[in-house]
Design a protein. Structure first.
Length: 384
């Protein structure tokens, strides 16, 4: 039986292996031999001039281009040229083909460009031509991704601050506040960066600080004051205290700036989201609001042909499990090769939905969840 060739035929196919400073390319022309290879400098003027010459050379015919990524300077530059049809090739696919043809594991940029070109030329029916989202959607996605990066950086700085305090001043971790990255805790460490300064402060001064930090529970305040009076210094070495207190203050200063940057991102994300064309659709989903609405738009995009089913969305985002069967073995595991940002969006949205549903019906039921699930829900809610 002769199988139908499902490939879309292009007169020209180009494979790019991109890098920071230069891009290797391999060009296949259906009417010419051999393959044309070369290196282009990573410079907008150079790339645009080469692409315009390419358009004139082939009289505006549709040209297929293969890339290993959908974002970056090269991808953004290519999508501005209408005569190009861009295909995104998964790096693992290129790596598999490279290993198949070169078991030694040898890797070379020109060879990868040729592999990408051959995948697009011979198997483009298995790929989906990349359709860039609208400007608003791309802006929303970049803003959400960058904000996520700042939140992750805040977590690293908070852990570094906690580790620093445990070395010379563990009392601050207990009495500064519920979270070390919150304003009251940061102000506490700024005001009392050492155990000695805290112990020499009057009780009325400490109580006034907590009150101004919106921690007005008398019971909690009494417990903290009692903990301060009963505490002993973990070290009296002036060298350690001076050095680590400087580090703690440096981390606090960074966390304060980072908090303001995240707030600025939140304001910008909300502004773009409210003016987005899909806001009425996404806001109709349960438990979306101003937090998950922008993230869901960023995850789903505005290209309605991008996904044919909910299963494709689950597979692409990485929330769908992977099943491996061989003989009598059957192994189901988490999908490893996916966008961590997209997977995080759906995981957090799910956990927020569970928490909201439980809180709406019975707030105490959250504590009745299995410990692992409860911990995951609380962790996701804290990372928002």
């Amino acid at each position: 039986m002769i199988k139908e060739n499902k490939n879309k035929q292009f007169p020209v196919v180009i494979g790019f292996d991109w890098a920071d400073e230069k891009h290797d390319f391999c060009l296949w022309d259906a009417e010419r031999d051999p393959l044309e290879t070369g290196v282009l400098e990573h410079c907008p003027e150079t790339l645009n001039e080469w692409l315009l010459n390419l358009r004139d050379r082939y009289q505006g015919k549709s040209i297929a281009v293969g890339l290993e990524q959908s974002k970056g300077a090269l991808a953004y530059l290519l999508m501005e040229h209408a005569f190009l049809t861009i295909y995104i090739v998964n790096p693992s696919t290129v790596a598999s083909m490279r290993d198949a043809w070169k078991p030694s594991g040898a890797k070379d940029d020109p060879t990868d460009a040729e592999l990408i070109m051959s995948i697009v030329r011979d198997s483009n029916y298995k790929l989906r031509a990349w359709q860039p989202d609208t400007g608003q959607t791309r802006q929303l996605k970049l803003l959400c991704e960058h904000r996520r990066g700042l939140v992750d950086f805040r977590v690293k700085l908070t852990n570094a601050l906690r580790s620093c305090l445990k070395t010379y001043y563990p009392l601050a971790c207990k009495v500064a506040g519920d979270k070390l990255n919150e304003p009251m805790a940061l102000d506490f460490i700024t005001k009392w960066p050492t155990f000695d300064k805290l112990q020499r402060s009057r009780e009325t001064t400490i109580r006034t600080f907590y009150t101004r930090g919106n921690s007005r529970s008398e019971k909690v305040m009494d417990q903290r004051i009692e903990t301060i009076h009963a505490a002993d210094p973990v070290t009296t070495d002036e060298v350690l205290i001076e050095s680590y207190s400087m580090q703690a203050l440096a981390l606090v200063a960074q966390l304060k700036v980072l908090r303001e940057s995240i707030k600025e991102y939140d304001r910008k994300i909300l502004k773009v989201y409210r003016s987005h064309s899909d806001v009425s659709i996404i806001s109709s989903f349960p438990a979306t609001g101003a937090v998950f609405g922008p993230r869901l738009i960023a995850a789903l995009g505005t290209d309605r042909t991008r996904f044919n089913s909910a299963e494709e969305v689950a597979n692409y985002s990485g929330i769908a499990p992977v099943t491996e069967r061989s003989g009598k073995s059957n192994w189901v595991h988490q999908r490893w090769k996916c966008s961590r940002f997209l997977r995080g969006v759906f995981e957090q949205y799910l956990c927020q939905g569970i928490a909201s549903l439980i809180a709406h019906r019975d707030g105490a039921r959250l504590q009745s969840l299995p410990e692992a699930m409860r911990g995951r829900v609380e962790l996701m809610r804290n990372e928002l």
